[in-house]
Design a protein around this ligand. Structure first.
Ligand code: GLU
Length: 486
């Protein structure tokens, strides 16, 4: 049933390359929105101006588009709750900060950085929990006026209750009760530079943007009570929360991190992973349809995705698994499509490939490719002018030098006479020679393989020869014959 009340958001802070963990969060939200016919909102949380970068935003938008995670509201598409960049919503944050102060739910704090640092030191020394000690909580109007006369710009802090308990529900974790007395930390909502903190901007925007479900990494779970206190002060109801399990590194030790290898979507894209494979792989990282189905198309994922299949225990990242998915999706691709996707990888590697040749290569390599970037080294010999190899390799095991010479001489003569260089014609003229020379096909073609490719393992040789063309083939065979002398 389409439910247009389902409104979910992905709310990244673009400070570095967009990584797979973020992509997993975005994907779960996107799938949920598409599953229910709701809206997927992209909100850019760029209020920490010291960490925000332009390239990170570009990389984020490019990566989301490349993965096919289109957003219904957000940067470049707009929407009824624009702007979707938090840095452009400052008047809204100021308005609500003031409302919260007027309602007694927040207050101005004039404490200097030095005082706060000293306070934290003191708390550390005494082994007390670190948090604001509440010094400015009960300033009189008079005291405030004095401080302002000194030119001090205050921050706005949330007034947390001194005691009591707060219970909220997380779909994946059930009811969670926190002791407010123990967490008495009056978070800053509005900084003195006029920018809001996460604790104001995120919950406020979630409400104003009518977000129905919040799916995000579990590291945000501790922030929920602050948001709920703010909602309570404003008389607003909470959204549904689902804090997604962390992604463990492939070693299982700790969270996924740079040390284990590639982490950004861009890196995987450059290595030649297909977005289809990444989407399928990420969907299975913390969510499952049943206990056996691995390969699911985007449409199937949309049809089946739901919070009931999301696990609350961590998912483990596996490069091998991702590579396996990629191989599956490469094999499923239509050959024309694969050719189009391979071409930039071949050109990037300096090969003079065009779409026609690349399309001819596809049947030779489609079955064995695990990533697109493996292609150039499989087929570089086809494009190269010169190839290098150790001439001793031309003489296959259990073969004499003279036999190798004969292989080359007979192949050259047979191919020179061939008007048609289609694979069947090449095969038809070469195959009988192996018997005539009393050699095994492996030996005969082994010598030719080295002469033509310089490698011992290559895509099917006859097809490769056909693509290389008669001139290049004969040139290489003659050169090999010359290397063997005689
Ligand atoms: N801006 C936060 C982040 O970078 C968003 C957390 C949330 O989804 O509430 O992850």
């Amino acid at each position: 049933m389409p439910d247009n009340r389902v409104r979910v958001r992905f709310a990244p802070s673009p400070t570095g390359y967009f990584h797979m963990g973020g992509a997993r969060t975005a994907l779960f939200n996107w799938l949920f929105a598409r599953r229910h016919g709701g809206s997927f909102i992209l909100r850019i949380e760029d209020t920490d101006r010291t960490r925000y970068t332009e390239y990170a935003l570009r990389d984020l938008l490019d990566s989301l588009r490349w993965l096919g995670l289109d957003w219904d509201e957000g940067p470049e598409v707009g929407g009824p709750h624009a702007p979707y960049f938090q840095s452009q919503r400052l008047p809204i944050y100021h308005e609500y900060a003031k409302k919260l102060v007027d309602a007694g739910a927040a207050y101005y704090c004039y404490c200097s950085e030095e005082r706060l640092a000293a306070m934290r030191e003191e708390q550390k020394r005494k082994g007390e929990p670190i948090g604001y000690d509440g010094r400015c909580r009960y300033l009189t109007a008079r005291e405030r006026a004095d401080l302002e006369a000194q030119g001090i710009t205050p921050v706005v802090r949330l007034r947390m209750p001194d005691e009591g308990q707060l219970t909220f529900n997380d779909v994946l974790r059930g009811d969670i009760t926190v002791d407010l007395g123990a967490m008495r930390d009056d978070k800053v909502l509005l900084k003195s530079d006029g920018y809001p903190t996460y604790h104001l901007a995120a919950p406020l925007d979630d409400h104003l943007m009518e977000i129905s479900h919040i799916m995000r990494g579990e590291e945000w779970l501790p922030s929920v009570p602050y948001g709920l206190i703010l909602y309570r002060a404003m008389g607003w109801g909470p959204p549904v929360y689902a804090h997604l399990p962390v992604i463990l590194s492939p070693t299982g030790k700790g969270k996924m991190s740079k040390r284990a290898g590639a982490t950004s979507v861009l890196e995987f894209r450059r290595i030649g992973y297909l977005p289809e494979a990444i989407v399928n792989f990420l969907a299975r990282l913390g969510w499952s349809y049943d206990d056996k189905t691995e390969v699911m198309s985007r449409d199937e994922l949309i049809r089946h995705f739901g919070l009931s299949g999301v696990s609350s225990s961590p998912g483990q990242f596996s490069y091998d698994k991702l590579e396996w998915f990629n191989g599956v999706y490469i094999r499923q691709l239509d050959p024309d499509d694969l050719a189009r996707r391979l071409l930039p990888f071949l050109q990037e590697a300096g090969l003079r490939a065009d779409l026609t040749t690349t399309r001819q290569l596809v049947p030779l390599i489609q079955e064995r490719l695990k990533t697109l970037s493996e292609a150039p080294k499989m087929v570089d010999f086809i494009f190269a002018d010169e190839i290098e190899y150790d001439p001793a390799l031309l003489v296959q095991k259990k073969m004499t030098q003279d036999q190798a010479r004969q292989v080359l001489a007979r192949a050259i003569a047979a191919l020179e006479a061939l008007p048609d260089f289609a694979p069947e014609a090449i095969e038809g003229t070469l195959r009988p020679l192996t018997e005539e020379l009393g050699l095994k096909a492996r030996e005969f073609f082994g010598t030719l393989r080295i002469a033509l490719t310089g490698k011992e393992v290559t895509p099917p040789l006859i097809e490769s020869m056909s693509i290389m063309g008669k001139e290049k083939v004969l040139f290489r065979l003659r050169k090999a014959a010359a290397l063997l002398g005689g």
